[in-house]
Design a protein around this ligand. Structure first.
Ligand code: FPP
Length: 233
């Protein structure tokens, strides 16, 4: 009997290269983000079909506020559009939408929409689609430490104590992190949670990432041996 193929429980993607994709076509950057969003819609379906239980994406980092105001406003509008028009489809597929990140600086109306999307899909359990928005790994650790201190824990604090104060404590660590568009870094994504993640980098810009590319990444992952600091099994 063929050995069962190893698939990640939690797949995380750093959606990079929308700007370069647009530039190459002489289009405004926002068109690249729109193309990126369309690609993401397809990808949620494909990822679910692979049997992956948690799918997280780095949509907007705590550092992305430093981008030109027009781009930031445009991205916020894209998030609003996505929630208004696409959450229904995710729910119909058994998808639970969750947001991960700081709530400050996010416009009030968008925050209300985010809360609605989470409540509306809360009972779905085929796939958790986690949108990291205003997320930074360092911010998450700092926020967890502050909330832990506010709980007045007894010393010594354990790893589990800290984890319990992360934004989504029930979500398992990412098994595989994909980054598109050629950059070989984590950029403050899942900083703590990625301690034993496998990485997959591709030069493809996010809007060009497709089913074939996903397959390549998952096949590559299936061939990796994870030892978590132990010895070869
Ligand atoms: C990185 O490309 C991409 C972003 C900062 C935004 C990603 C957002 C989307 C694809 C929309 C997602 C929407 C939802 C609802 C999750 P870049 O601008 O850094 O590209 P560059 O490095 O080529 O300039």
């Amino acid at each position: 009997m063929a050995e069962e193929k190893k698939i990640p429980t939690h797949l995380a993607i750093i959606l990079d290269g929308n700007g370069r994709w647009a530039k190459r076509r002489n289009l405004p950057r926002l068109m690249g983000h729109r193309a990126g969003l369309r690609k993401l819609e397809q990808m949620v379906r494909l990822v679910k079909r692979e049997g992956i239980r948690y799918f997280s994406v780095y949509a907007f980092s705590t550092e992305n506020w430093n981008r030109p105001a027009m781009e930031v406003t445009g991205l916020m509008s894209l998030f609003r559009y996505y929630i208004r028009r696409k959450v229904e489809e995710i729910k119909a597929e058994g998808g639970r939408v969750r947001f991960c990140g700081r709530k400050d600086r996010i416009p009030e109306d968008l925050l209300r929409q985010m809360k609605w999307a989470e409540d509306y899909t809360a009972d779905e359990n085929k796939i958790d689609f986690i949108i990291c928005l205003n997320y930074g790994g360092r911010a998450e650790i700092i926020d967890a430490v502050n909330s832990l201190i506010a709980d007045k824990p007894e010393a010594p604090v354990t790893e589990q104590d800290l984890r319990n104060h992360f934004y989504l404590p029930d979500v398992p660590d990412p098994d595989l992190i994909i980054r598109t568009s050629g950059e070989l870094r984590l950029s403050n994504f899942w900083l703590w949670e990625s301690a034993y993640s496998e990485y997959y980098f591709t030069d493809i810009h996010w809007p060009d990432f497709d089913e074939h590319e996903l397959r390549k990444a998952l096949d590559d992952y299936a061939g990796r041996e994870r030892r978590y600091g132990g010895l070869k099994g």
